[in-house]
Ligand binder design. Structure first.
Ligand code: AHM
Ligand code: MG
Length: 336
């Protein structure tokens, strides 16, 4: 029986990646090793997040992060675990974390060919009320591992080899793309393994949900304001959309991938570049959205074409179902 095969023939994330890599004869398993170290970080954060309420891990560490926000203990801890795990993999070269102002250049004896950009614990304002949060990551290949430079990570998102996120929610779900579709794995806590549960995720072509922090509406530009107005009061006879906004990018994007719709973090008068960070928020999520058949747009261009000039750069972002993003693109085009 097929169902029996599912229960006994487990497709773990390691097995999946090994299968993928075997398509490339030159592959030496480096990517699989790198991914295993990312997975270890995710398992650690998952366990720490689940214990947060009990272990009194919650609280201010008395430091502020690069963006000047108060840093929670869980952020600090998650960041340390990821940095140590990635360095010890022996497969990384440059690491860019939301929590560290400067990029980490791995010492030559531990160096490998991959650059990892990541937000170890995104949506941390949601920790205290136990709402879903997540880790986001993107992977680039260094040009010359003997001479890594910041330019290796200041690359457009379309140059990423892989991207993914892990959501710490009612279950722990890791969503990954290595450029051949999007696949979701769920952590089986009894096995400690991520098992393929959502093969080949495809985002619905058109959605019924819009997701945005509408509290910022008074500062929006024309096209964003018009788009959201259309979601609520469509003039073409279609039904109005539902609003869903968690305020945790991983959770909002995860829902968008599975149910369809559009996620917006637009520019506004106060934040002309929006809020979300290009390297480790906008790019990985745009990569996954495109791989799932959707689109990601900055208000000016395809998000993955953007060339970042600073590692903590921000950009407005509109991503989700193909047809929905097409509409917002038309509104920005009309604006000129
Ligand atoms: P963070 O990196 O400080 O956690 O901020 C990023 C989060 C995203 O997860 C989420 O999409 C966004 O901030 C929500 O912002 P806002 O509260 O302005 O709506
Ligand atoms: Mg964060």
């Amino acid at each position: 029986h097929a169902a029996d095969a599912h229960r006994t023939d487990l497709m773990t994330i390691t097995r999946y990646v090994l299968n993928e890599q075997s398509k490339y004869p030159e592959s030496r398993g480096d990517f699989t090793i790198l991914l295993n170290h990312i997975v270890l970080g995710c398992k650690f954060v998952c366990s720490a997040v689940n214990k947060a309420g009990l272990a009194k891990l919650i609280g201010l560490a008395g430091e502020t992060n690069v963006q000047g926000e108060e840093q929670k203990k869980l952020d600090v801890l998650s960041n340390e675990v990821f940095i140590k795990s990635l360095v010890s993999s022996g497969r990384t070269c440059i690491l860019v974390s939301e929590e560290d102002e400067e990029a980490t250049f791995v010492e030559p004896s531990k160096r490998g060919k991959y650059c990892v950009v990541f937000d170890p614990l995104d949506g941390s304002s949601n920790i205290d009320c136990a709402v879903s949060i997540g880790t986001i990551f993107g992977i680039y290949m260094v040009k010359d591992s003997h001479e890594p430079t910041l330019d290796d990570v200041l690359q457009p998102g379309k140059h990423m080899l892989a991207a993914g996120y892990c959501m710490y929610g009612s279950s722990c779900t890791l969503v990954l793309s290595t450029g051949e579709g999007v696949h979701g794995f769920t952590l089986d806590p009894s096995l400690g393994e991520f098992i393929l549960t959502h093969p080949d995720i495809k985002i619905p072509k058109k959605g019924k949900i819009y997701s945005v922090n509408e509290g910022n509406a008074k500062n929006w530009d024309g096209p964003t304001a018009k788009y959201v107005e259309k979601c609520k009061f469509p003039k073409d006879g279609s039904s109005s959309k539902s609003l869903r906004y968690i305020g945790s990018m991983v959770a909002d994007v995860h829902r968008t991938l599975l149910y369809g719709g559009i996620f917006l973090y637009p520019a506004d008068k106060k934040s002309p570049n929006g809020k979300l960070r290009v390297l480790y928020e906008v790019f990985p999520m745009s990569f996954l959205t495109e791989q799932a058949g959707g689109q990601a747009f900055t208000g000016k261009q395809r998000a993955l074409d953007l060339v970042p000039t600073k590692i903590h750069e921000r950009s407005p972002i509109f991503l989700g179902s193909y047809d929905d993003v097409e509409e917002i693109k038309a509104l920005y085009a009309a604006e000129g």
